[in-house]
Design a protein around this ligand. Structure first.
Ligand SMILES: *Cc1c(COP(=O)(O)O)cnc(C)c1O
Length: 409
């Protein structure tokens, strides 16, 4: 059956917002509770919808996917060049862009080695397989339990889902994989009690993102890292959301002075392209030829984007910018919290901020933000999550803060 979308001749203007939403309803499995906003263009910290209205993008394309804002010119230029050179070469061969991205990530992660994939979930899967093999090799045949934290999030594939200690995501998909043990976050005694001889790794987000921005307590992560060393188990940090400057440091774990064995990354790595990477110290990088693979993992196109994005991040001081502008946003929100009767908590690190309301009105606040030209993310009934790109200026932060505070009123 022909639709307006089918009928659209090449080069014509885009279909109406309503036609786009209708087509999704009809042709796309409804796995997401989508917000009725149709975006057509992005530039820097701004998005434009199908009616031409401009928004400050405080979700980085949604879920922190574009750390550098939309269409960073240096990333776009690198991608255009790469598209005309070569897009895909499989991991049966070598190519210069995988070599260069491996080198850049190694330099920026204290000499860790990379496995390239396409997403955060795949980075989690890689970490899980690596931890199990490392456990079997280094601790014994029964050492394959991975401890993860309640309220954490590691992705939607079966392994990553099993690592995600939130029953609401498991429901309907049981049985989840065995070999995972869940502990409350920020509770060192619970972790201590959970680590026995079957455990090979502890896997956590330094700042829990999807569940509403909960940073690890400084002492907790340090004590957890010490415990991992004492008990000879791997410390694995999920930096899929927190990496590449989001928290005001290159990696969130740097706030805590710990040295993880494994780092999973994705989201902002290539400035808005699908890519992921699992980074492991040479001692933890036990995967051998035939152990793991990913057809599009580390393809020349995504690598070229990531190489450009990592250079942009370094050359422009954007990590320091995220710290400075994030501090300004947090300070503004905390000032407002003192006067407000609706804000129960303001928490975060850098440009990863959660605002918890004392009332279940997150959706209403979200709607008013959108009206005012600001896109934020509502988590559950009472948390708003702010994840603006690291290129955000102080003026844009102030403007967003004004809209947000107005929306809270
Ligand atoms: C988003 C996210 C993932 C999953 O990444 P996908 O690319 O959606 O598979 C994993 N871990 C964390 C911490 C995330 O925020």
């Amino acid at each position: 059956v022909a639709t307006k979308l089918d009928a659209k001749p090449a080069g014509a203007t885009l279909p109406s917002g309503q036609a786009v939403m209708d087509a999704y309803e009809r042709y796309v499995i409804r796995t997401y509770g989508r917000i009725p906003l149709v975006f057509e263009r992005g530039e820097g910290a701004y998005l434009w919808d199908s009616a031409g209205k401009r928004y400050l993008d405080f979700v980085s394309g949604g879920r922190a996917g574009t750390g550098l804002g939309h269409c960073h010119p240096a990333v776009v230029a690198a991608l255009k060049e790469q598209l005309e050179r070569v897009m895909f070469i499989s991991n049966d061969f070598y190519h210069p862009w995988g070599a260069e991205l491996g080198r850049l990530l190694s330099e920026r992660s204290g000499g860790r080695k990379a496995f390239f994939c396409n997403s955060g979930a795949e980075a989690s899967e890689t970490a899980i397989k690596l931890a199990r093999k490392w456990g079997h090799q280094n601790r014994g045949p029964n050492s394959h339990t991975i401890v993860t934290c309640e309220r954490g999030f590691h992705g939607r594939t079966m392994g990553a889902l099993s690592a995600t200690a939130q029953t609401k995501f498991h429901q309907g998909f049981e049985p989840i994989l065995s070999g995972f043990r869940y502990v409350p976050f920020n509770d060192i005694e619970a972790l201590r009690a959970a680590v026995d001889d079957t455990v090979c790794a502890f896997f956590l987000e330094p700042v829990q993102g999807e569940s509403g921005i909960y940073p690890a307590d400084p002492t907790y992560l340090r004590q957890a890292a010490d415990l991992c060393r004492e008990r000879n188990i791997l410390l694995m940090v999920d930096e899929v959301q927190t990496g590449f400057g989001r928290t005001g440091k290159y990696w969130a774990f740097e706030h805590y002075g710990v040295e993880p064995d494994v780092i999973t990354t994705a989201k902002a790595l290539a400035g808005g392209l699908p890519i992921g990477a699992c980074l492991a110290t040479p001692a933890a990088a036990v995967l051998q030829p035939g152990d793991h693979g990913c057809t599009f993992g580390g393809n020349p196109f995504s690598c070229a984007g990531a190489i450009a994005a990592l250079k942009v991040l370094d050359d422009n001081g954007y990590v320091a910018n995220a710290a400075r502008v994030g501090e300004r946003l947090l300070a503004g929100l905390r000032r407002h919290q003192k006067e407000s009767r609706t804000v129960a908590d303001v928490r975060g690190l850098g440009l990863m901020i959660g605002v918890e309301l004392g009332v279940p009105e997150a959706k209403a606040v979200f709607d008013r933000c959108v009206e005012g030209g600001l896109v934020v993310n509502a988590v559950g009934d009472n948390i708003l999550r702010l994840l603006p790109p690291v290129i955000l200026t102080e003026a844009q932060a102030d403007q967003a803060l004004a809209i947000f505070i107005q929306a809270l009123a």
